[in-house]
Design a protein around this ligand. Structure first.
Ligand SMILES: C[S@@+](CC[C@H](N)C(=O)[O-])C[C@H]1O[C@@H](n2cnc3c(N)ncnc32)[C@H](O)[C@@H]1O
Length: 365
């Protein structure tokens, strides 16, 4: 699996001297991670990697890169190296020795499968190891106990500016250790997993994706605003927007769940996106899309709305489905298109999403 030697072991490593970046991603998303890294952060050199965890050598003097350069990174940290131990206590002692006083400790298994149902525990066989290691190291370092906000990683949610020690379990008795200062919402969450939950009455998983997008990109959606969603059926994302107090028009030839369709602030235009007249698309604050079509077609549909005469859009929340991982190589061109319409875009693979990217593009204020 690896194509280069492991970074130096933890005992000798200190953040200031670290030359490696420790990144985690959705298991299977490594191809997307590497393609976009080569295009957007080519100064990084791929080092050791496994399914779900990758290290990059950083050039001399390079600071921890901004997450926008690594859209498939669920979390990133300065690598403090690998630690080994035959027992949880030994592993915990080695991990604890890499750094003395983090505010928070985050522990997860590098290839923990994505959660199908966010209410359920992630995986009975991997999470207990993370929970046990977290409890042992947290007690040694005086870190808070794991909250139950996320069930894919063990840890407590950090605030911006707080220091986090991360332990990524690689195999029994072996782990990578990383260090970062929380600066963005996802860097506060254990493993970068969104700690939000899908409500029992959500009509689709898109409820949680929209919820995560708003949280992770800090999208300023407000009650009273108007949103238009292309590809709205059965209605999960619209349902979340309605619960935030927005008025929503959902455009989709398919049926909308009655719990959304009958909402007094929801209107269903049962048609394809391209069949809507341009003048009907005026007066929206937000354009949302999650269509199960080729991402180039999604981009064309977005362009038609975003560049329509008289548009007053503040921003776009777009899901771009990737039919193959190699389509991630098109991301820089897609981002250029958002810029050419007058928006500032940022892309990220959401922890609640599948083989797709979420792009949030804001009109500069
Ligand atoms: C992944 S689902 C959308 C989930 C939805 N956002 C939710 O919150 O439940 C994809 C949807 O895209 C719709 N779709 C595909 N092509 C479309 C088009 N050209 N115009 C409008 N909707 C389209 C499909 O009918 C389907 O309902």
């Amino acid at each position: 699996m690896t194509d280069a030697p492991h970074p130096p072991t933890g005992s000798a490593a200190q953040p200031a001297a670290s030359r490696f970046l420790l990144v985690s991603c959705q298991p299977g998303a490594e191809e997307g991670l590497f393609l976009t890294q080569q295009l957007m952060l080519p100064q990084l050199m791929r080092a050791a990697w496994r399914r779900g965890a990758v290290t990059f050598r950083m050039p001399e003097g390079m600071a921890l890169p901004d997450a926008s350069g690594l859209p498939f990174a669920r979390s990133s940290a300065l690598s403090l190296g690998q630690v080994t131990g035959s027992s949880v206590h030994e592993l915990a002692t080695a991990a604890a020795a890499t750094r003395s006083t983090p505010h928070h400790l985050h522990v997860w298994q590098r290839a923990a499968p994505p959660r199908r149902k966010p209410q359920e525990a992630a995986s009975a066989d991997v999470l207990p190891a993370a929970v046990e290691l977290h409890a042992t190291v947290a007690a040694m370092l005086g870190c808070p106990p794991a909250s139950d906000g996320s069930d894919a990683a063990a840890g407590s949610i950090a605030s911006k500016g707080e220091d986090v020690l991360s332990i990524v379990i690689d195999a029994p008795g072996r782990a990578w250790v990383g260090w970062h200062t929380a600066a963005s919402p996802s860097s506060c969450w254990p493993g970068g997993f969104y700690p939000g939950r899908l409500p029992e009455d959500a009509v689709s998983r898109a409820w949680l994706k929209l919820d995560e997008a708003v949280a992770v990109f800090e999208v300023p959606v407000r009650a009273g605003q108007r949103a238009c969603e292309l590809g709205a059926a059965p209605g999960g994302a619209s349902q979340r927007l309605l619960s935030l107090g927005l008025t929503v028009v959902g455009i989709d030839p398919a049926d909308i769940d009655p719990r959304v369709a009958e909402h007094p602030r929801f209107e269903h235009w049962q048609m394809r996106a391209r069949d809507v007249r341009l003048r009907q698309l005026r007066g929206f604050d937000w354009l949302v899309t999650d269509m199960n079509i080729d991402p180039s077609s999604t981009m064309d549909a977005l362009q038609r709305v975003a560049t329509a005469p008289g548009t007053s859009l503040q921003g776009i929340i777009a899901t771009l489905k990737l039919p193959q991982w190699k389509r991630a190589a098109d991301l820089p061109a897609w981002l250029d298109r958002f810029r050419s319409w007058g928006f500032t875009p940022t892309a990220r693979q959401l922890s609640s999403g599948g083989r797709e990217l979420c792009v949030v593009a804001r009109r500069p204020s």
